[in-house]
Design a protein. Structure first.
Length: 380
């Protein structure tokens, strides 16, 4: 045990040392961006020293984080866009908030999205280079908000500037993250291996979305629907799908028995892959409409792809079968360590994923894809 604690302490020191070196490098190469990052860090501290500075600062002005007797009937989830990722992983935070709502026997939980200027200043440069500055703001309304609508227990949704957000927080007795306020803005991210996170069918697809999918994919067509979700980001490219292998796999399936549906990445890179898969059916509406994506996953016989955020939707739904290939072993060391630190075990689905969701550690080559498909076919 002592050895493990020492290793953990050493890893923490190494990460801090790397952060200091990275900051010094940024200061030398791009002073303007360094100042912007420093300002963002002081606005919402993520490490000890800036947190101390922030607390001293808030002692000199009226402290706006004091909680009054707030709404006792609802939980408030605060998602500060400066501190939290604008990605499909937001669904995990929503799930956690809904678990907290259930445990406290509240009927709804409200969502407070804190809108910030210059979001790019708080992200690493290679991530911004991959997705673009404007894409962060675009995701707030086209990804984060639609994901929240999959939870019928989400009540009000606020999208406000920080000053108004701090006032709204005062109106709630139960808030996640606990203690969020003017002097101490916090991240909503939690460890994903918390014991209280267990599976229950939290997501719901509306009748409207089911009817639309029913029109596209009629039950009169007795072929088994196989969806293939692709990841084709410029960021951490080793996580991307091996498109050639998925195309070869799809080409070997009997078209009289199986209806293969490709869902490209919801990005400009995803659009560029259309020509590589255009001999198959592409349901690109699922790229841009979260609920239609969920409804298609629910309608499918099996959903397949590499481990990625969009497919996590299918893992939180009842009787929806999903097979994901986990390429964690190919990830850069620091990225892989970040996954482990958040409670993710390579090759294993999260504890609160449905039992009909399976993970397989390895590469998404044709041989592996066929093996997994044949195993599922034999069992179903």
């Amino acid at each position: 045990m002592g050895h493990k604690m020492a290793l953990s302490s050493n890893n923490t020191l190494i990460r801090r040392y790397k952060r200091v070196l990275s900051a010094l490098k940024l200061l030398c190469l791009n002073p303007e961006r360094f100042v912007r990052r420093l300002r963002a860090e002081l606005l919402a501290p993520s490490t000890l020293f800036p947190r101390v500075i922030r607390n001293i600062y808030t002692l000199l002005i009226p402290n706006k984080s004091n909680m009054s007797n707030g709404n006792k009937d609802r939980l408030l989830l605060v998602y500060d866009t400066l501190l939290n990722p604008l990605t499909f992983d937001f669904i995990h935070t929503l799930y956690y908030a809904d678990c907290q709502r259930r445990r406290s026997e509240k009927k709804y939980f409200d969502l407070l999205l804190v809108s910030r200027d210059d979001l790019a200043s708080s992200r690493e440069q290679n991530y911004i280079d991959a997705i673009g500055n404007e894409n962060l703001s675009w995701r707030l309304f086209n990804l984060i908000v639609p994901l929240s609508r999959l939870f019928v227990t989400v009540g009000r949704i606020y999208i406000v500037e920080p000053q108004e957000a701090f006032e709204i927080v005062k109106g709630y007795e139960s808030v996640h993250p606990n203690g969020y306020g003017y002097s101490n803005p916090k991240s909503s991210i939690i460890r994903l291996d918390l014991p209280e996170l267990t599976y229950y069918p939290a997501l719901r697809v509306s009748k409207s979305a089911e009817n639309i999918i029913g029109s596209y994919f009629s039950m009169a067509d007795i072929r088994r629907i196989v969806t293939i979700t692709l990841r084709t980001y410029d960021y951490i490219e080793c996580r991307n799908s091996d498109i050639e292998s998925w195309v070869d796999f799809a080409g070997e399936l009997d078209p009289l028995r199986y209806r293969v549906i490709f869902i490209p990445d919801a990005s400009p890179d995803g659009v560029n892959t259309f020509k590589k898969i255009n001999k198959f059916e592409i349901f690109d509406s699922a790229c841009w409409n979260i609920e239609l994506r969920a409804a298609l996953y629910q309608r499918a016989w099996i959903n397949m792809g590499v481990v990625c955020g969009p497919l996590a939707i299918s893992c939180l739904m009842e009787n929806v079968f999903t097979a994901m290939i986990d390429r964690t072993l190919d990830y850069p060391d620091d990225f892989r360590d970040g996954f482990r630190d958040s409670g993710i075990i390579p090759g294993k689905p999260l504890n609160f994923y449905s039992k009909s969701c399976k993970f397989y550690l390895g590469k998404d080559n044709k041989e592996t894809i066929l093996k997994l498909f044949n195993q599922f076919n034999a069992n179903n």
